[in-house]
Design a protein around this ligand. Structure first.
Ligand code: GRF
Length: 186
């Protein structure tokens, strides 16, 4: 399967997906990494890994316009499925409808808990013992589509949002490639 990855920043999940895709039995290949932010550090990593990249400075631009540019880039690479990896903008309903059932995202909480931002601070404030990450299908509802896989990590008594985020991120890097591969083999 030909996968396009959308990022806005660091791109560590994107890198984990690319690295896993290089296994001989991987059911997917990453054919493009696209970003709404030309300064996303992950773009450089992708270029150095030999992957085609596309970036548009979406800030201040109408959603329709930058999304159309990103979509054109994806279609130009004959992308069949889209993996969001730290893509920090909501996709429009029209975009989601055109790609229905073909977009996945990773979210740093055990969905359906803590949709949206600041998941780790909210889990700590709630006194939760367990945090984690979820890979889910993307629908019009923020972080709302069916969950395809989850990974749990313990919350330690002295955790800050940053220390917890680091532990969850390591779990994300294991979870996302596994779930994407499983999903795309069906
Ligand atoms: C991850 O925590 C992911 O779950 C969330 O945004 C973060 C992206 O990190 N959606 P990275 O850009 O993949 O390093």
């Amino acid at each position: 399967r030909r996968v396009g990855i959308l990022i806005s920043g660091r791109g560590s999940n994107m890198a984990a997906l690319v690295e896993a895709s290089r296994a001989s039995d991987s059911p997917y290949e990453v054919v493009i990494v696209a970003s709404d932010n030309p300064d996303a550090p992950g773009l450089r990593w992708a270029q150095e890994a030999g992957i085609m990249t596309f970036a548009i400075a979406a800030k201040g631009m109408p959603k329709q316009q930058y999304e159309a540019a990103i979509e054109t880039a994806l279609l130009g690479r004959e992308v069949e499925a889209i993996a969001l990896a730290g893509y920090m903008r909501l996709l429009s309903d029209d975009f989601v409808a055109r790609w229905r059932g073909r977009i996945v995202n990773i979210h740093p909480s055990l969905l359906p808990n803590y949709k949206g931002l600041d998941t780790h601070a909210r889990a700590i404030a709630a006194g939760d013992a367990i945090a984690g990450a979820s890979v889910h299908l993307v629908t019009e509802e923020l972080d709302g589509g069916s969950v395809l896989g989850r990974a749990e990590v313990a919350i330690e008594p002295d955790d800050t949002p940053d220390t917890l985020a680091a532990r969850v991120l390591a779990a994300e890097h294991e979870l996302y490639p596994l779930v994407l591969a499983q999903w795309l083999s069906h």
